[in-house]
Design a protein around this ligand. Structure first.
Ligand code: HEC
Ligand code: HEC
Length: 489
């Protein structure tokens, strides 16, 4: 095993009681002591809790997840913080910058800056170089277009001057949010583009994928020149797979498992996951052989807050709002059109579904089979010439700071414009351009912003996106209810 436990003056991003290396990004009370299996942390709308049911502390300081495995000071915990529901929030990253002058190991030019060539020599230069981390919590993933892809790169417009101009001339800069390394027992697909999904459809498959992912994360983010050994991969997996995170307290609604409700991570950890369960597209557990006609689908994906329906008065008013939001999430009619991965694959111009058509895994909200979808998150900004402001895309998402790639179909010459080709970079397929997985929707409060590119600063922004994208005409009351529900997950 090749890792060292180092307590650098800067860089440790988790709290070690009494140690000199505690960094300000760590908040949280831990009833089990600093090393216990329960970790509770306050956030903007209440408190979230992470538990580990596999016998580890949540802050398991001797697990390789928390150790320095590479050469640039990065650890898994650098980007997957217990205090941010095992992801990172843009607000916390800003606090880490201010506390360290941009020296915390999350600020490394290989993938923390807007370009690996960016000037990081002074604090001001670093503020500039790490702007995507500081504003949206985005890491730069570099992936090239496959030579065998059905498309090539026609034009790049990268405000940071790197994409498509690197040594091999074809590496794209993809700015993506760290997915939470928690609730992994519900995963069908690993990474936004599924690129770590080699085996699928069973717990053993996800085990294989996550062990491999632990290695590539160390080689990439921590710039380790050599693969980590199997024992280290297994130790990381054993720790990760025991983690469950959910909001446990809401400032308005109170304890999320009071009065018959079943919020919080303890309830979540007792929910089973079966690959392919409740898939409205009728795919098998591998996401293949789909036939919507044979689908067994129950739209009531979340039932956590059933007991709070129809309440009135005081705290009960806030509880009723959460229950109304849950009902909207499960059943609000959404005319799904123009979504690559649904309307094209199944040749159905409009599918009348709900939020749960895509967020179908009971109690977790990800897709229960690998089902990459293009809902428009990677659509480019609308230019002045086309009546836009050059910052927001057609659905109101702020993407003006992203590179825009013009991809050209090699046979037809057709162009597609995206800020991130997503799944298409893995498969080389034209129809996969702009497709991403539907992620787990738990522990959302405390880890803003949202979507793969952090383009929704708040949960209300995410709801507004759906309102515009699918023409829902939601009232302000409905939006507030949906937000009350989402932030209670
Ligand atoms: C520099 C920041 C950074 C570091 C360090 C890092 N990650 Fe990540 N992690 C990310 C980003 C960004 C993604 C999403 C990337 C994508 O999908 O393209 C991610 C995704 C993941 C996922 C996928 C979750 C899902 O829902 O598919 C897991 C699991 C994970 N990381 C575990 C780890 C482990 C284990 C380590 C240490 C070996 C680690 N990460 C180190 C940034 C980081
Ligand atoms: C047509 C499929 C589809 C429908 C319908 C849908 N979603 Fe999503 N959702 C996705 C996909 C795919 C993503 C990831 C997109 C990305 O980031 O590229 C996502 C992401 C999200 C996220 C961001 C999660 C995160 O961690 O960043 C939230 C919040 C969300 N959806 C809420 C909703 C709500 C609320 C509704 C109903 C109003 C809804 N979704 C309906 C497919 C869908």
């Amino acid at each position: 095993m090749r890792y060292q436990s180092r307590c650098a003056a800067i860089g440790l991003a988790f709290a070690v009681a009494g140690a000199t290396c505690a960094a300000p990004s760590v908040r949280g009370q831990d009833p089990g002591g600093p090393q216990g299996p329960i970790f509770t942390v306050k956030n903007e709308s209440g408190a979230a809790r992470t538990i580990n049911v596999a016998g580890f502390s949540v802050v398991a300081t001797d697990n390789p997840f928390f150790l320095d495995l590479g050469v640039n000071g990065r650890r898994c915990v650098t980007c997957h913080q217990p205090a941010n529901n095992m992801s990172v929030s843009a607000a916390d990253i800003r606090a880490r910058f201010e506390a360290t002058g941009g020296a915390d190991p999350i600020f490394r030019p290989n993938d923390g800056s807007t370009s690996p060539l960016a000037d990081v020599s002074t604090v001001d230069a670093r503020r500039q170089a790490y702007s995507m981390l500081l504003t949206k919590g985005l890491i730069r993933i570099g992936i090239s277009i496959l030579p065998t892809a059905e498309f090539d790169l026609y034009k790049v417009s990268d405000p940071y001057g790197y994409a498509g101009k690197n040594a091999s001339g074809n590496e794209l800069s993809l700015f993506r949010r760290p997915l939470p390394s928690t609730n992994l027992a519900f995963l069908s697909t690993v990474m936004w583009d599924g690129r770590e999904t080699f085996q699928k459809g069973s717990p053993a498959a996800i085990h294989f994928d996550l062990a491999d992912q632990a290695n590539t994360a160390t080689l990439g983010h921590a710039q380790d020149p050599l693969p980590i050994d199997q024992a280290t991969r297994e130790r990381i997996f054993a720790y990760e797979i025991g983690l469950y995170t959910a909001q446990s307290f809401d400032d308005a609604a109170g304890d999320l498992h009071a009065a018959g409700a079943r919020g919080g991570p303890e309830n979540l950890s007792r929910e089973p996951f079966v690959f392919g369960v409740n898939d409205p597209l009728g795919c098998d557990q591998n996401g293949a052989n789909c036939d919507p006609k044979t689908a067994v689908f129950n739209p009531f994906v979340f039932t956590e807050f059933d007991a709070w329906a129809n309440r009135a008065g005081g705290r009960n008013g806030a509880r009723a709002a959460v229950a109304r939001g849950q009902a909207l999430f499960n059943t609000l009619l959404i005319p799904i059109t123009g979504v690559a991965g649904i309307n094209d694959d199944f040749n159905l111009p409009t599918v009348f579904g709900s939020c749960t058509t895509c967020h179908d895994t009971p109690h977790a909200g990800d897709h229960s089979v690998p089902a990459p979808l293009n809902i428009g998150i990677a659509d480019p900004p609308v230019s002045f010439a086309d009546g836009g402001d050059g910052i927001h895309n057609a659905f109101g998402l702020a993407v003006g700071d992203m590179p825009v790639y013009a991809l050209r179909h090699k046979m037809t010459g057709t162009l597609k414009f995206v800020t991130d080709p997503g799944r298409a970079l893995i498969t080389g397929k034209w129809r996969d351009v702009g497709r991403f997985k539907g992620p787990i929707l738990r522990g959302l409060a405390g880890r803003a912003p949202y979507f793969h590119n952090g383009s929704a600063a708040t949960l209300l922004d995410a709801v507004n996106f759906y309102d515009v994208r699918f023409g829902l005409s939601l009232t302000n009351g409905q939006k507030a209810d949906l937000v009350a529900f989402l932030r209670s997950l």
